[in-house]
Ligand binder design. Structure first.
Ligand SMILES: Cc1ncc(COP(=O)(O)O)c(C=O)c1O
Length: 400
């Protein structure tokens, strides 16, 4: 018995981040954790806010009678009510609890939505650079990923999206703020996208749903503003997660929300509830549903991310690197010196700097820097970045 060839290939194709993470663990064991600068993994920095930690302890110590039981596959009604209220405020759209499914993180939400929408062989457009798991999530649902590259500044290339639409395109995955680039798509770009999708729908005769993956929507830096895709694009499903805003990545809690303006919204929401069940999630973790219910409107603590972002977008260009300053999330996606970023990634490793090659995200010639680290660690990494800069760019600095 062996694993299916498709899965073996997927493991080979999509394990860059894990590979770097594992190499990092080995390197840390060898050199000491303080001597390795691990920018490989998007693990949020810090703990859940203290009031949330207290709420989790309270629920665990004094559980309501329904806490540890089976429940509706969509999740607790009162929790979905809170989510709907928050979304109504953020989008001015009449979200109702019936359009919300509590999910096992954004990852669960994306898998549920794709399974609900895609038929075997349907195409899902994904915008590169992309969160690498999209490829596998689309294939999990029997779909075929079709890649549309973004522009050089990582903003949407609307023409590339237009060209990717075919008669078999029921869904487009959108991720703003973006992992791995930090790009935040402005409202006018989303409105333009809306026009192109409407044209595509007229041409193909069916809805093209936008699956809006928004786990970083509360991590946006001054100068950028998160524009909710649901406000501009009628056929939207929102995938959200509390991994990043409440630092609960290991607890696996998020939701999927079908826009009240989406075509066949109620049927689609029912399909998502069914898929949550039969994909084996059954329901989102119940203690976490209850815990996050009262924390829908709170802001994420961005202080560390902002400090690191500001430090790196200033320092790296001084050392010669070309960086598009990220508008949100906690990633940079600089150009590598030379088109083969693997050489640079290997050289960085020699300096104990761990980054992930851009090819893992569908764009060669770049690398990803996850700066969700202690600011002291980022500061201590700068001499290594400087040495890399002088090694690759000489004293004159880089390009772009
Ligand atoms: C763009 C993007 N989407 C989805 C996820 C999955 O998030 P979750 O932990 O909520 O499943 C991540 C996690 O890093 C991400 O970066």
């Amino acid at each position: 018995m062996s694993a299916s060839p498709e899965i073996r290939e997927a493991i080979r194709e999509g394990s860059w981040i894990r590979k770097m993470f594992e190499e990092g663990a080995l390197l840390k064991a060898k050199k000491g954790p303080d001597n390795v600068f691990d920018f490989s993994l998007g693990n949020p920095y810090g703990d859940p806010p203290p009031p949330l930690a207290r709420e989790i302890a309270r629920l665990a110590g004094n559980p309501p009678p329904d806490l540890h039981k089976y429940m509706p596959n969509a999740g607790f009604q009162d929790v979905r009510q809170k989510v709907a209220e928050d979304l109504r405020g953020a989008t001015c759209l009449p979200f109702t609890p019936g359009l919300i499914v509590m999910t096992v993180g954004a990852a669960g939400a994306l898998n549920v939505a794709l399974r609900a929408i895609l038929s075997q062989g349907d195409e899902a457009i994904i915008v590169a650079p992309y969160f690498v798991e999209y490829l596998f999530y689309v294939r999990n649902a029997g779909g075929v990923p079709v890649v549309a590259q973004s522009a050089d500044d990582f903003q949407l290339d609307i023409e590339a999206i237009r060209a990717a639409i075919t008669g078999r395109t029921p869904v487009l995955l959108l991720n703003t703020p973006n992992n791995p680039t930090g790009a935040v798509y402005p409202a006018d770009s989303l409105r333009e996208l809306s026009r192109v999708l409407a044209e595509g729908e007229a041409r193909t005769g069916g809805p093209i749903y936008v699956l809006s993956d928004e786990p970083y929507r509360k991590i946006v830096y001054p100068g950028a503003a998160f524009a909710p895709p649901a406000a501009s694009l009628p056929n939207t499903l929102v995938a959200y997660s509390h991994s990043k805003d409440l630092n609960l990545a290991g607890e696996r809690i998020g939701y999927l929300a079908v826009s009240p303006r989406a075509a066949d919204a109620a049927e689609l929401a029912d399909a998502c509830v069914f898929c949550n069940r039969v994909l084996g999630f059954v329901n989102a973790p119940s203690l976490m549903q209850r815990a996050v219910a009262g924390f829908q409107g709170i802001e994420a603590d961005m202080s560390v991310y902002r400090k690191n972002r500001d430090r790196l977008v200033t320092a790296l260009p001084e050392f010669g690197f070309s960086v598009v300053p990220p508008g949100g999330a906690f990633y940079l996606f600089p150009r590598s010196p030379g088109e083969d970023e693997m050489k640079f990634v290997a050289a960085a490793r020699e300096e104990n700097v761990l980054v992930v090659p851009g090819r893992g995200f569908g764009r060669k010639g770049h690398f990803r820097v996850a700066y969700c680290l202690a600011p002291e660690t980022v500061e201590r990494s700068l001499p290594a970045w400087k040495r890399l800069g002088s090694r690759f760019f000489g004293r004159k600095g880089g390009r772009r």
